[in-house]
Structure formats: structure tokens, C-alpha cells
Design a protein around this ligand. Sequence first.
Ligand SMILES: Cc1cc2nc3c(=O)[nH]c(=O)nc-3n(C[C@H](O)[C@H](O)[C@H](O)COP(=O)(O)OP(=O)(O)OC[C@H]3O[C@@H](n4cnc5c(N)ncnc54)[C@H](O)[C@@H]3O)c2cc1C
Length: 380
Amino acid sequence: MDFNLTKEQTMIRKMVRDFAEEVIRPRTIEIDTEAKFPLDIFEQMGELGLLGIPFPEEYGGSGGDTLSYAIAVEEIGRVCGSTGLSYAAAVSLGASPIYYFGTEEQKKEFLTPLASGEALGAFGLTEPNAGSDAGGTKTTAVLDGEDFVINGEKCFITNASFAKTLIVTAVTGKNEKGKNIISAIIVPTDAEGVTITSNYDKMGVRGSDTAEIVLDNVRVPKANLLGDEKKGFSQFLYTLDGGRISIAALGLGIAQASLEKALQYAKERKQFGKSISNFQAIQFKLADIAMEVELARNMVYKSAWLKDNDKPFTKESAYAKLFATETAFRAANQAIQIHGGYGYMREYEVERYLRDAKLLEIGEGTSEIQRLVIARQLGC
Ligand SMILES: Cc1cc2nc3c(=O)[nH]c(=O)nc-3n(C[C@H](O)[C@H](O)[C@H](O)COP(=O)(O)OP(=O)(O)OC[C@H]3O[C@@H](n4cnc5c(N)ncnc54)[C@H](O)[C@@H]3O)c2cc1C
């Protein structure tokens, strides 16, 4: 086994860390308090090639691998959860399905602007009455001549207000057993009948755009169908397996940040005449966080490696997502505890880590759904 990163992966970590420290770090508190999506930061990330890391150069990408991309998400998440979430959603949900399942024409037309960072993409699966149970999708797409006519509503969609394209899931018919066939269709956000509103007042990841989408008789060419019409459901399960690696990486970044802040504060803060890092109760908290961060990192990198090596990764990406995101929440919670009353104040940032980390236990499959996925993989 080789636990060393390649030269390219090491370079990407350094490049993204430098960018996150220099460009994102000074803005993180403002991004959270003003709940403002940092579009200009995304433009710079696009110029650096970050939005195209796992895509080939012929489609505007940087030709990197999943592990490099996971490292980039980790490094951005270490500084800003909001930016990290929008980044992970743009690449894993907005662009990747086109790369996995798109035709050559779709890749050229729709993936290239996303991978090169000229535009952002979003993925609309969740509906008001279809969350964990994505099979309960009510949005419909009916063929009318050479077009699909789409009607329905999507909620909680990351990046939609700033996206050029949406990938929406919709019922396109029934199979021989009478069950709904769910397909994925590429919808340009400027198509007539698409209304996107972003009025959610969120607990965390406040600078990440989250929007509602109403699709009212939206016409898109039949050619915008993504992949196999009948395999839309298994396609988005594969998409989510990949997306989970990036949400896990984001959790890892927040957990790492919690460790760094807690350790630094524990060394500086003096009570009873000595640094609180001398107290065993504090040391044990730090030891537990450090151990869990490292275990999470191993699982995140392993799941990325499996994907890069074309090996099954459904179970491992669920392990990584579940463990890394719950680690992020525990680490942020303990980081606040180590900061005492100061940790409860916004200025010290660890309370933001907790609010941001909470979303990661919900989005792209809740912790309960990850346990279900794992149990199914075990043969239950
Ligand atoms: C900030 C944010 C960004 C998001 N971005 C996107 C996006 O870009 N695209 C997108 O499509 N969606 C997105 N989502 C939606 C997200 O994926 C869903 O919220 C999530 O999948 C849960 O669905 P739900 O909210 O309907 O909860 P529900 O499915 O109603 O779940 C409620 C509770 O019941 C539990 N539960 C449900 N079913 C089971 C079961 N079978 N066994 C045990 N427990 C169960 C859940 O774990 C949860 O605890 C986003 C959500 C948020 C908050």
C-alpha cells in the first residue's frame, strides 16, 4: 500500500490551501453573517481550474482525479463551509452527471462551461414531498413532439440562483411493473417557465445559495435527456455515491479546522495559572478529535481512490460521508467546549463550524440514509 500523495495531488493541496487562506479566509465571517454567495470567489476558482479538477481537458477540465478534487474540497472546507458546499455541489452534482452519462454533444455544450468555470451547475432532485425517498418524485416530463414539457417543484437546491444549467429529475413514464420511470434532464435556467427563488434563512452554510425551483410548462429539447431514460434512478444513485465523497471531504475540512482552532486556543488560554492544554480533560478531547480527523481522512481518501481505480465504492463513500460528517459535528462541538464562553461568540468562528457541519449530516443523504445504504451493502 502507498499512502503517499502524488506530486500533482500535493501541488493541488498547496495551491488550494494558499488560495483559501489568501482569498477566502478574509471573507469567511462576512460570507456567513451577510449570507451572501461569493460569486467573485467562484470566478477566481474557475480561473484556477478548480471547478474542472476531475474532468478531462478536452471538456474544459484540469484532468485531475477524484482524490485531488476531494483534497481541494477539504482545503476549501477547512476555511469556509459555505464556499466548500457550493464548490462540492457545482462539481459533483451540477457537472459530474453530464460527464458520467452525457453524450459527446452534451459534454461539449453543457459540461465545458461548467468544467472551465465559466458557469455553475445545479442538481435538482429534492422536492417538497420527496427528500430521502427520491422515488417519490412528482415532477413530470412529458414528450410533446421533439420536446419534453416539464412541470413540478424542487426545493433546497444548491447554487440554482447562480446556475446556467440545472439537472432535474422527473417522471417520464411507467415501467412494465407499473412503477414510475425517473429520468434526468438538462434544463437551462433561462428557459421559459423556470422560476428560481432563494429565500431560505439557513442555520449554517449561509453563504451557499439554496433555492426553490418551479418548473411551469418548461420546454427543453428531447436531446437534453441525460443518459438512459430508464436508468435515471440508478444514474442519480451513482451521482450521489460520488457526491458523498465530496461532502465527506467537506466534513473532513471542517473537522480539521476545529482541531486547529481548539489546539491553538488550548495552548493560549490560561486558567488556574497554566494553559488549559495542561489539563487532561482538555488533552483527551484534543486527542479524540485528532484521531477521528485522521480516521475520517483515511476513509475519504480511500473512497476517492476506489472511484479513481474503477472499483466499487458505494459502501465506502457512505462510510466516509457518515463518519467524516459526524466527526465534523463532534469536533466542532468539542472545539466550542474547549473555547468556553468565547466559543459561543461568532468572532471565534468555531460556532460557525458547528452550524455548517450540521448540514452535512442532512444533505446528499442523511446519516440515517447512509446507515441504510451500508446495511443494504451488508446484505440486509
Ligand atoms: C442547505 C441544503 C442544500 C441542499 N442541496 C440540495 C441540492 O443541491 N440538490 C438536491 O436535490 N437536494 C438538496 N438538498 C436536500 C437534501 O438532500 C434533503 O434535505 C435530504 O436528502 C433529506 O430530505 P428531507 O429534507 O426531505 O428529509 P426527510 O426525507 O423528510 O427526512 C426526515 C427525517 O426522517 C429520516 N428518514 C427518512 N427516511 C428514512 C428511512 N427510510 N429510515 C430512517 N430514517 C428515515 C431522515 O433521515 C431525517 O432524519 C439540500 C438540503 C439543504 C438543507
